[in-house]
Design a protein. Structure first.
Length: 333
């Protein structure tokens, strides 16, 4: 069978692959996209709880983790979040800002997938879902890719296979094999944006808090995030934890302020003055969810009345709220 010849062959039909293909096609290139999953852009489909958090109004190079920070600067200067918003609006996709500049579709993630597929279609891009590439070779006039559809050749090869996360969505380590084949340096991948887990002792003390959410300031390795935090049956999750997980390494402590912006020691002293007969747990429940307040009260003074607690005891309780130190066992990645 004669090989099919293209200007650009894109391996991977996810967000990056489809975007790259549509732009290359719009510039007059003959482009083909090879995607091993039966449906393209499966990770887009599940993103944002099915509504796709497609960009952030406040995105800057500082928000990206990279061994090469200059790449983010050049990439974002060439194509900003506002350029993508303009594309979304061109396709008449309704969206809204949820929190902190996060933009979500009003309807469904499928709208973003359809938008990218429409852009590819308009640019004449050929898409082959359910197609696996088995080998790649580089010659003088470009690349040869052997697929289960036969051989395909292209002057340029784009590897947009993504990382190894969520294999059921079609992810694999194929991109890393290609990088090794061509002698590219690889940074070993590790899980990011994942929940953190507790050891058995800490889990035993906190298991009844599963489902409790609180606004928190979470810090680790010089970074901090002020967002929601959720106690789970295995440890901690929620936006603040998912963000800090990308900076956490085995053995690191994380510090958690579960009442950001509140001087809990001062607040407890004020409660002791105004409500001396009130139990500590009741006083803490003015600042925290009741189950969490109860657990912290048990750790800091039991069922003591406010009037019976010294400044030193109140300070110890305040530290549990404003400066809780935790050493996670690991991640759920």
């Amino acid at each position: 069978m004669k090989a099919l010849v293209y200007d650009v062959l894109v391996l991977g039909g996810g967000a990056a692959g489809l975007m790259c293909a549509s732009v290359a096609g719009s510039r007059g290139r003959r482009v083909v996209v090879i995607e091993q999953a039966k449906r393209p852009a499966e990770k887009i489909r599940i993103s944002g709880g099915g509504r796709c958090n497609f960009t952030n109004l406040h995105a800057t190079p500082a928000n990206f983790l990279s061994r090469n920070p200059h790449f983010c600067k050049s990439a974002l200067s060439a194509y900003t979040q506002h350029d993508f918003i303009a594309l979304v609006e061109k396709h008449r996709i309704a969206y809204h800002e949820k929190t902190r500049g996060q933009l979500f579709c009003d309807d469904s993630s499928q709208q973003i997938i359809d938008m990218l597929l429409d852009e590819c279609g308009a640019a004449g891009v050929t898409l082959h879902p359910g197609t696996k590439a088995s080998s790649i070779a580089k010659g003088e006039d470009g690349f040869s890719v052997i697929t289960d559809r036969g051989e395909m050749r292209a002057r340029s090869l784009v590897v947009a296979t993504g990382g190894p996360s969520i294999p059921k969505m079609g992810s694999s380590g194929f991109g890393y094999k290609i990088a090794e084949q061509f002698g590219l340096k690889i940074v070993p991948p590790r899980a990011g944006l994942v929940p953190l887990t507790f050891d058995e002792a800490l889990l035993a003390r906190s298991k009844d808090l599963a489902g409790v959410a609180v606004d928190a300031m979470v810090s680790c390795d010089g970074m901090q995030f002020d967002e929601a935090m959720l106690f789970t049956h295995r440890g901690l999750s929620g936006p603040a934890i998912l963000q800090i997980s990308s900076y956490w390494h085995d053995g690191d402590n994380i510090q958690i302020d579960m009442a950001p912006g509140v001087d809990v020691f001062a607040a407890l002293k004020e409660l002791r003055r105004d409500h001396p007969r009130q139990e500590l747990a009741t006083g803490l429940a003015r600042l925290l969810p009741s189950r969490l307040a109860q657990r912290i009260a048990e750790a800091g003074g039991g069922m003591s009345r406010m009037a019976d607690m010294s400044d030193r005891q109140l300070q110890a309780v305040a530290v549990l709220v404003n400066k809780w130190q935790v050493t996670p066992r690991g991640t759920e990645g």
